[in-house]
Design a protein around this ligand. Structure first.
Ligand SMILES: *Cc1c(COP(=O)(O)O)cnc(C)c1O
Length: 495
């Protein structure tokens, strides 16, 4: 069955899967959603016998219906290969009765590699299918991890350029080093004097700027987005939830059809939305536990039905979740208002005008699949120490937010459904915070030097990504003010 995508703000704005992958954001500012979420058409017991690539094909073929089998399998094979340091691609580790789904075995040791290693292949295939001759310019705002993962995915891919904006003072040392040392003649990295939301707003404005788009087109360029609003990001993220279920079944940890919970440390709402889609496809999932850090807009939304970004922006030890506008939530809003594009457009209009909207009681019913929670900085750090002391398993700050919220959920509800916790970054990506949490910080050492200490106490091998940046030269030094973002892009492209 072929799937059509429609914009969440205007249903008449439709696209095929490959067109949606190319375009990223719809022209009206909405996000592309499938008219219906397709059902898994392979029995769970069959999935439990498949490897990651096979499962990826079974899931993605249902969403990306205008890609041929050969094209899709080609993209999957090019993405999920020995770039990952484990043949499992995503590993499942049991600790203290929960299952940590390690999504950080790719090139940049964070979960965004899962989608960004396949997106360039999906995009190039899409361009070829749609007879596009323009070079694709990837424009991305990042709170840290997306930027590097996108850079790594697109570097030196013919026919593409990639420009990444990050908040100059809002990412970790290691995140910054990873980005400013990026190789590839088609890569551009810019630090802005502002926070992630300002970077994201600036990028969105450029996507919607008619004059800029025209100038681009004259010069043989067209924008596309690698941000988590692109369905080419979202669809590959559904795969690992299905794969984690298949793995639990294979290992005899659950029985066929038994429900699991999924806990996700959430920022832009992309990763947890993928888990929601997995549930909608028919994967047996009980609760989707949405974990926030002290920027707890989503927790407040799930408790009150009011989304309100008018509050202080807090810099936390889980910077990739320091977000006040969770863009992908729009896809859930659209769905729970009964796929009503007008209603959704009205709510999103209120969000951009006043930073706030409130959903109706009937829409609140649609949130019953979710449990919202948050963890403070102290709780996050205590959770890292607790798990490490009790089990020897070491987790990063983002995963710790999820793990702490899962602990609160169990206390609150007494629910002992087997639970998968998305582990979104390697502890080596946030070494300082992790070492501080377990009382082994050394203020005299740099973050990179500390990685040797982390290795010694945890016994977890230092990933190649860390070794790589230790000696790499800085290649990107551009910075700009928020209102100079567009000029910076024009400058890079020579338009
Ligand atoms: C991006 C990111 C998140 C948040 O994921 P969303 O899809 O934005 O909700 C959580 N943890 C890490 C390490 C990330 O990089």
């Amino acid at each position: 069955m072929s799937i059509t995508y429609v914009s969440t703000r205007d249903k008449n704005n439709t696209a095929t899967a490959s067109q949606a992958v190319l375009q990223g954001l719809a022209k009206d500012g909405g996000l592309y959603v499938p008219t219906a979420v397709p059902a898994l058409d392979v029995p769970l017991s069959d999935l439990s016998q498949m490897d990651y690539r096979q499962i990826a094909y079974e899931v993605m073929k249902l969403f990306l219906t205008d890609y041929t089998e050969e094209e899709l399998k080609g993209c999957i094979a090019a993405a999920y290969d020995d770039k990952f340091d484990t043949p499992e691609i995503a590993e499942l580790k049991e600790a203290d009765g929960a299952y940590y789904l390690e999504l950080f075995h790719g090139r940049t040791i964070a979960f965004k590699d899962m989608a960004l290693s396949i997106l360039p292949h999906l995009m190039i295939t899409a361009a070829r299918k749609n007879a596009i001759k323009d070079d694709i310019v990837i424009l991305t705002a990042t709170s840290g991890d997306t930027g590097k993962a996108a850079l790594a995915g697109f570097a030196d891919v013919a026919g593409t350029k990639i420009i990444v904006f990050y908040p100059k003072d809002g990412v970790s040392d290691i995140q910054k080093r990873q980005m400013v040392t990026q190789k590839g003649d088609n890569t551009f990295v810019v630090g802005i004097d502002g926070n992630f939301d300002q970077a994201q707003t600036g990028v969105k404005q450029m996507f919607n700027d008619a004059a800029l788009n025209e100038a681009m087109s004259r010069a043989g360029y067209r924008f596309s987005s690698a941000n988590s609003i692109n369905i080419g990001r979202l669809v590959p993220q559904i795969v690992y939830y299905v794969a984690s279920y298949a793995r639990l079944l294979k290992d005899g940890k659950i029985t066929d059809g038994q429900a699991i919970n999924i806990t996700v440390p959430t920022g832009n709402f992309g990763n947890i939305l993928a888990a929601y889609y997995a549930k909608e496809m028919g994967l047996p999932v009980h609760k989707l536990i949405c974990a926030s850090n002290e920027n707890k807009v989503l927790f407040d939304f799930f408790s009150s039905g009011t989304y309100d970004k008018n509050r202080d922006f807090i810099l936390t030890s889980s910077p990739s979740m320091d977000i006040l506008i969770s863009s992908n939530l729009e896809r859930l809003i659209y769905r729970i208002c009964g796929n009503d594009d007008k209603k959704n457009a009205e709510l999103m209009g209120a969000l951009s005008a006043g930073g706030k909207y409130e959903i109706s009681d009937s829409m609140k019913q649609g949130l019953s699949d979710f449990y919202g929670g948050f963890a403070t900085e102290e709780e996050t750090s205590a959770e890292i120490a607790r798990l490490f002391d009790q089990t020897g398993y070491i987790i990063d700050t983002h995963t710790a937010v999820a793990s702490a919220v899962y602990g609160k959920y169990r206390k609150d509800t007494g629910d002992d459904t087997p639970t998968v916790i998305a582990s979104t970054a390697s502890p080596y990506k946030f070494t300082r915070s992790v070492m501080r949490a377990i009382g082994k910080d050394d203020a005299n050492k740099s973050d990179l030097e500390l990685t040797d200490d982390l290795c010694a106490v945890s016994g977890v091998a230092i990933p190649p990504a860390i070794d790589e940046i230790k000696n790499a030269p800085v290649r990107h030094t551009t910075t700009c003010a928020v209102d100079e973002m567009q000029d910076t892009v024009k400058n890079f492209l020579g338009i």
